[in-house]
Design a protein around this ligand. Structure first.
Ligand SMILES: [Mn+2]
Length: 296
């Protein structure tokens, strides 16, 4: 039997349906590949039997040879503190750097955000030689929050933290994770993206032969080398809340999911919310209200 490709997602009770859409796209475009999907989840999500059942059924229906597993994240193994808050200080986006401990038996894993759409089989990412690198990633992203970062650490590779291949064996063997807590204290670094960029500097490789697509600012990188887009990562605004570039691709897979009607209802609600707060005086206020009340 062909080996299953190990892929990991992180999510909580509010983002599992979007993670399911990402998985669906991956399975629809799997070619000859089969996947072992590892869902690293919050305690609440782990208790959500209905969600787990729906996701398991979705995978079984799409590809009976792929597998899905749910792992409750044990905060005791965390190298940096978690308070459950997505703001700097520890949310689920900080779990991925502890995957070397979450998956003690795996040598490598492909991590995907829930806001991704996979359009090509991921066998290349599963087999590319990692050598001494801890991370194989796609270009662009934001490693520093402030210009101080560049002064302090020099030119750091800007990569996308939403789609990465991690060399778990290398991270374990080198004990590089012992440096994470120290870097975490540096507020010049932008989330885990900055933390890993600095901790792994010199050992972070870029994957050139495929491409992710971004929908904000200048990060509109389309296919490279004449190849099609491998993965779309909807950084910034999400297709389930706003009209975004390449949003139609997300909706194509959302439509195949059991959550389509709900996504559509929420989209209308989010759009109305967006318009309703448009007249608030500051960007900060608008952002706060949208963040609080928008629905996934
Ligand atoms: Mn993302």
């Amino acid at each position: 039997m062909k080996q299953l490709i190990d892929v990991a997602y992180n999510f909580d009770n509010s983002r599992w349906k979007t993670a399911a859409v990402s998985m669906l796209s991956m399975l629809c475009n799997r070619g000859d590949c089969h996947y072992f999907i590892r869902c690293v989840v919050t305690a609440d999500m782990f208790k959500n039997a209905d969600a787990k059942k729906q996701m398991t059924e979705l995978v079984a229906k799409q590809d009976p040879e792929s597998k899905i597993e749910f792992i409750k994240f044990d905060t005791k193994i965390a190298t940096i503190p978690y308070d459950g808050n997505m703001a700097f200080g520890g949310g689920i986006c900080y779990w991925k750097q502890d995957f070397w401990a979450v998956f003690p038996k795996l040598d490598r894993i492909i991590y995907l955000d829930d806001d991704t759409i996979v359009l090509r089989p991921l066998d290349e990412l599963a087999t590319t030689h990692l050598g001494k690198n801890y991370l194989l990633a796609f270009k662009t992203g934001q490693a520093f929050k402030t210009p101080v970062g560049t002064k302090k650490y020099g030119e750091i590779i800007q990569y996308n933290a939403g789609v990465i291949v991690m060399n778990l064996a290398g991270i374990r063997k080198s004990k590089i994770y012992e440096t994470f807590a120290e870097y975490f204290k540096d507020k010049n670094l932008s989330f885990e993206q900055g933390l890993l960029a600095v901790a792994f500097r010199g050992r972070l490789a870029m994957y050139d032969d495929a491409c992710t697509l971004y929908n904000y600012r200048t990060h509109a990188d389309y296919a490279t080398g004449g190849r099609d887009i491998a993965i779309i990562h909807y950084t910034g605004k999400k297709p389930w809340s706003f009209p975004v570039r390449k949003g139609g691709v997300w909706w194509k897979y959302a439509k195949m999911s059991p959550f389509y009607t709900e996504f559509r209802k929420n989209w209308i609600y989010n759009f109305l919310l967006y318009v309703a707060v448009m007249f608030l005086p500051t960007r900060k206020m608008r952002h706060a209200i949208r963040k609080k009340y928008s629905r996934v």
